[in-house]
Design a protein. Structure first.
Length: 185
């Protein structure tokens, strides 16, 4: 396994991240709404997220067991580097959204790896989130306009925005509590 993170550490990290981001959205709703509206077409953020995705993918391709594709490791790493250079140049439209989708796909694996073969039923909080990230990542890469439309729908009504933010806070709090109470250190 590439990642060998303890379930408790992953649960706490993700839970605290959800609490922090959604809590900040509740404390500064106007700023958050404006930032979210600009997110899909933000070129600087798109380049940053694309670079992070490329570094993560390159690291995975360079270090993981590729099985029967191991003889092609150099080619795969080269394609990742070429893609990291060419995607921002030729796929400018919704670059931030597509890169965020790739990061969501990459981030799902450590969550699933930490929960793999664990007996705690509460691990399913992480598993459901990981599969949500994976499906969401696929949608963001394939149909990036859905994020733009979803953001517009959520920020159009204060109640929707509050429900979305409070849902993230509640899920984060549940993950932190479950991690502390049920996951072995």
């Amino acid at each position: 396994m590439i990642y060998d993170f303890p379930l408790r550490a992953v649960g706490l990290t993700v839970g605290i991240a959800l609490l922090a981001t959604h809590g900040a959205a509740l404390m500064r709703p106007d700023w958050t709404k404006e930032w979210l509206k600009r997110l899909p077409r933000s070129r600087p953020l798109g380049i940053l997220l694309c670079t992070l995705s490329a570094i993560w993918a390159f690291w995975l391709a360079a270090t993981m067991d590729l099985g029967e594709f191991s003889p092609n490791r150099t080619l795969i790493c080269g394609v990742i580097i070429a893609g990291a250079v060419m995607v921002p140049l030729f796929a400018e439209e919704f670059l931030a959204v597509r890169s965020l989708g790739i990061l969501a796909l990459l981030a799902a694996e450590p969550l699933l790896g930490a929960a793999f073969l664990r007996p705690e039923q509460t691990r399913l909080l992480l598993v459901v989130l990981a599969y949500g990230w994976a499906v969401g990542g696929l949608l963001l890469v394939g149909a990036p306009y859905l994020l733009r439309d979803g953001i517009a729908w959520i920020v159009s009504r204060p109640l929707r925005f509050q429900l979305a933010a409070w849902s993230g806070v509640a899920y984060g709090a549940a993950l932190v509590c479950v991690s502390l109470l049920f996951f072995a250190p």
